[in-house]
Design a protein around this ligand. Sequence first.
Ligand code: 13P
Length: 341
Amino acid sequence: MNLDDLNKVARAMTAPGKGILAADESSGTIKKRFDAIGVESTEDNRRDYREMMFRTAEAMKNHISGVILYDETIWQKAKDGTPLVKIIEQMGSIPGIKVDEGTKPLPFCPGELITVGLDKLADRLPKYYEQGARFAKWRAVIDIGAGIPSYTCISTNANALARYAALCQVNQIVPIVEPEVLMDGDHDIDRCVEVTEFVLKETFQQLYYQRVKLEGMVLKPNMAIAGKKSAKKASVQEVAEKTVKMLKECVPAAVPGIAFLSGGQSDEEATAHLDAMNKIGNLPWALTFSYGRALQAAPQKAWAGKAENVAAGQRAFAHRAKMNGLAALGKWQADLEKKAA
Ligand code: 13P
């Protein structure tokens, strides 16, 4: 393992004004997204859609530091035969790969999940490196509800995250460590903070036990945010302040960068929250985005599966990438959204 190189990649992934495009939807998830815009989820359609984003030079060169791919995509070629990975590299962006294999029910813990995929990971990682991946992602899911999360769920998922991260690093791949506390429930922001702090502290303890080098990883957390069904929605400023405080309590300064998931926030909320955190300033780590839905909802709608809409899809993608790039610098303003509209 070369830790200097891992650190260089981690810093490039969270470079000023840039963030990560999470385009690693599994076949099931991308089908859901395509269903919503009336597009059939075929291998060619998935390729065309992702090629459209990867060829958006303005977004990719200026605001997208890296792209998380799904296994299918990392082996795919564009219509003209260029590997999609090459297109990403030519744009000056770093290819990455989702390596977890989804979730299974956690025994004796009703309603809770464990992320799987460790068994053959040591064999798969060198192949992904050879194919161009310089970072990876593993997502653990923690739900908040009546009597959950359990310590069993938190500790088992944290252990899996740490074992994944160690395997990545010995294979010269930067792990994105993603313990996602879902925003599906009716809990308020303070309950989200309480659970997320517990999850993050346990995750960093397990990373320590597995000897993971913090300088060579990126954390992908949820923000401190009220559940979608909560009657008490928190303001942008409250989300920003409570998220920064929570992260300062839990994330060592040796971690070069933190890249948030959007988790079901609207496009503009996800941007406004990130911007407000960076406006607070004086942070020990880079704070940026690793958004899936908040970067792709608009381009998906504009594209709608039609070749004649590719330019419109690319404009929509470039706009969201630019807005989030500004938010990563704390330089976004709400009226920039209206101007574009
Ligand atoms: P969202 O931004 O849509 O939550 O997706 C990010 C991601 O990669 C979740 O694993």
